[in-house]
Design a protein around this ligand. Structure first.
Ligand SMILES: *Cc1c(COP(=O)(O)O)cnc(C)c1O
Length: 375
């Protein structure tokens, strides 16, 4: 928790549940990433947290943006981003969305299929396009594989076809999966992209860009390698596979830039003991439907702090307040919380700045969407 967030919580005691996010920390993360990968242009993945104060701060820092819908394109433009700094990175776009983005001045689009390529050629003629290839997502706590990306052979044919459709065959992309903790995943993916680059050059298609996607991890309950490790691994692999003919490099961080800037402040609604079971059930006023969707399968394990920290702890299961049996955050991940914890206590869920606010449901069981404070 940053000092600014701690001060805000202490001074204001805001109603729970709420997210408090320190926008200065986003800026620090942006600089850390730029230092680790100075040759890569940063396209913030807006979906991680599309709040205007974040987009405005990043636009002011010269960031570019990865948008997944016409609405996200508009958020970026409203935050002051030039359309030339926006990539429409979703490979699944409605025709109306392509038209809206193109009319707004966006000229960089992702695709991974013939039909999507045709849609872009028709509704965003002459644009720069990049094809997403399928890569392994091993090592990612929140994998994205299978839904997106195509094979190297198909990507090769698609990039040749892009030119014949009047598009600018600009580059290739991949995404190694979110909360990726292994630098080797980037190295392997860069190897695949490098092969296709060479192959396409022989076919007289001169790609100029590699989009390395996002995936850079944040420290939740467990520590992760530092961003400098990812920077070194990526530059090593780029040099190995491209020599001194390095293409333009793009990265699309989401989680890394915003996650550890935010804290969810929540209230303990109930601590329930069942017979002789040593595991207490702790019910919070936020759960799976209040925005903590990434606890699905207990994939993302948030660090939890309380005012009783330092006192004796015991095992707990942690659940949300709704009447849905799926609204359990952690049952198998061996969470332990202070024995003194009781109804009415405040607790903090750390590093909840990414993939939380927008996942909150609309009044399921009457609970309002998560309140957000940007400080
Ligand atoms: C979600 C997503 C990102 C951001 O991923 P993080 O793991 O949050 O860095 C980047 N690019 C694309 C195409 C995405 O879908």
């Amino acid at each position: 928790m940053t000092p600014k967030v701690a001060r805000f919580l202490a001074d204001h005691q805001p109603a729970t549940p709420c997210l408090v996010l320190d926008v200065d920390r986003v800026e620090q993360n942006f600089h850390a990433l730029r230092t680790a990968l100075p040759l890569a242009r940063i396209y913030y993945a807006v979906k991680a947290n599309p709040a205007a104060p974040i987009l405005e701060r990043l636009a002011g820092l010269g960031s570019s943006f990865d948008a997944a819908s016409a609405e996200e394109v508009e958020y970026c433009i409203n935050a002051g981003a030039a359309p030339s700094r926006i990539s429409f990175g979703n490979t699944i776009k409605k025709v109306s969305a392509i038209k809206r983005a193109f009319a707004a001045g966006v000229d960089l689009f992702a695709f991974d299929s013939d039909e999507e390529l045709e849609k872009i050629a028709t509704h965003a003629p002459g644009s720069r396009v990049y094809c997403r290839i399928l890569v392994e997502n091993a090592g990612a706590d929140w994998p994205l594989s299978r839904k997106f990306g195509t094979t190297l052979e198909h990507a090769r044919a698609l990039m040749i076809r892009a030119g014949t459709l009047g598009l600018d065959a600009y580059g290739l992309s991949f995404h190694v999966g979110s909360q990726q903790t292994e630098t080797a995943s980037y190295e392997a993916a860069i190897g695949r992209v490098g092969m296709l680059f060479t192959d396409l050059r022989d076919a007289h298609v001169n790609l100029r860009m590699v989009n390395l996607g996002g995936g850079f991890p944040t420290a939740y309950r467990d520590d992760v390698p530092g961003i400098d490790k990812f920077g070194m691994a990526i530059m090593g692999a780029m040099t190995k596979h491209f020599g001194n003919a390095l293409p333009e490099m793009l990265i699309e961080p989401g989680r890394f830039l915003v996650a550890d800037a935010g804290v969810v402040s929540a209230e303990v609604v109930l601590v329930s003991k069942r017979g002789t079971d040593p595991v207490r059930w702790v019910y919070l006023d936020i759960g799976r439907f209040g925005g903590l969707a990434e606890t699905e399968g207990e994939a993302i394990k948030y660090r939890i702090t309380t005012d009783h920290d330092g006192s004796e702890c015991g095992p707990v299961a942690i659940a949300g307040p709704t009447c849905d049996g799926a609204d359990i955050l952690y049952e198998k991940s061996n969470y332990r919380l202070p024995m003194a914890l009781e109804s009415g206590d405040r607790i903090s869920l750390l590093s909840t700045g990414a993939y939380v606010t927008t996942y909150a449901s609309q009044r399921f069981n009457g609970f309002a969407p998560l309140v957000e404070h940007y400080v």
